[in-house]
Each structure stands twice: as structure tokens, then as C-alpha cells.
Design a protein around this ligand. Sequence first.
Ligand code: SF4
Length: 268
Amino acid sequence: MTMPQGTIFDIKRFAIHDGPGIRTTVFLKGCPLRCSWCHNPEGQNPDPEPAMPVVAVPDSSERSPDEIVGRVLEVEDVVKELESDILFFDESGGGVTFSGGEPFAQPEFLDALLDACRTRKLHTCLDTSGYAPAELFALFRDRVDLYLYDLKLMDDAEHQKYTGVSNRSILDNLRTLDELQRKVVVRFLVIPGLTDTEDNISATLGFLASLRNLRDVSLLPYHRIAAEKYRRLRRKNEMEGLSPPSDEVMKSLRTRFESCGMKVTIGA
Ligand code: SF4
């Protein structure tokens, strides 16, 4: 039997912000969204792609050749990398996180990876935009131990404007996970002037209050670290020049979410 192949752009070991404990995060390539603020633009294109080298050679007339971002791997290749960290997972209560891009964009690969993790009794997190058909969510639901679920903009027209897709299936899938009492941490990216407006915060809190079980929220401050990635990919950074939210804004949002009954962490 041939194992499915998939395209990834990174495997990050010893990750501590992608779920509980020490984790290995596998970044799958391909995403149906085009968020204006995307912090992993190299995850959008499903195929390996050229990027300028990390360090340009100063004062050199010779241009360094491009590097290729992304590689095609078999499930077994990924599993081999995961297995070398099992000791750290066991000791720290960690495991494996699938991120991207959008992991649901490679369903067969994700399916096989989740199976491989289950066979090895590895804890799994899925870092997802939530944008996928309900049937896919249903197919994978019982093999994902924890969802890290992004919420962005509650107004559908705004969501379409800034991500390229409707938020309807995203909200529906989250409602279903909540009804089924699956473990979910909502990740809310705080982007000044975009997601932290009064309208969006009230609508987000209203939506969260309508859920029966979900209480865990991670507030993530927008940061600029993707700027270099856009440069390397020769792509326009639509958020260029935007400053991260202040500590005061993050603290006041934390208080606001907590006053609505949420358990809040401020993430990295
Ligand atoms: S969902 Fe994530 S990976 Fe996809 S475009 Fe948005 S920020 Fe980037």
C-alpha cells in the first residue's frame, strides 16, 4: 500500500506555543484563505516555491540563487522526525501540532498523519482557520485531541474583504465542535484597527457567549515578523508599517474577555 505524500514548508521541534507541553509542529503547505495579515505567507501556495535566500550577500554583484520553500514528503518521513521527540512529548505532556497554511487543504495527507499519531499514542493539535467542509471536520474529529481555532472578523463582508472567504462555515464548524464538547482553544489575533474594533470585539464576545462549552481563548498580538518572509517571496506585505498592539490594549482586551467568562491567555 502506498502512503500518501504531502507538501510541508517546515517542521519545528521544541515548540512551546502550539499547544500543551513541548511539541513538534508540522507546517503543511496550501491555504484557501488569503488573509491580508498572513504571518505564514509561505504556507498559502500548495506547491514548493522559490524564495530569496535568508541572508543576501552585501556588496556583491552576484545574486545568490533562490531557495525552494516547501518539500514533498511521505508520511513515513514525517513520522521519523516525530519519533525522535517522543521522549520530550512524554515528559512534558506535549505532542504533535499540525499547522500551515491550512492543514485541511491536504486532507489525505492529514488523515494519514493523524492515523500515524494515533497508532503511536501521540497527542495531536490541529491549528486551523476552520475553513473546511463540515464533512472533513466530521472525518477527522475523533483523532484530534485539541483544536487551536482562529477567529478573525465576525462581519461576513469584512471577513470576505480581508481573507477572501466567507466566515459562515468557520462559525458553523466551531459551533459543531462546541456542541460535541471537543477541546478547543480559540485564537484571536489582535490587529490594530481591524480585529480590535468595538464592533468586532462585541460581536466576537457575543458569538463566544452563545457557545455552551468553549471557554479557552488565546489573544495573540499582531507582530511584524512576517515582513521578511514577504520580502523573500517577493510579495506585497499589505500590513507593512502597522504597529503591534500595545501591552495596555492586550491587557484591557484580556479583562474584557474574562469579564464575559472566558479563560484567557495572551500568546506569543
Ligand atoms: S488562514 Fe492562516 S495561513 Fe491561511 S492565509 Fe490566513 S493567516 Fe495565512
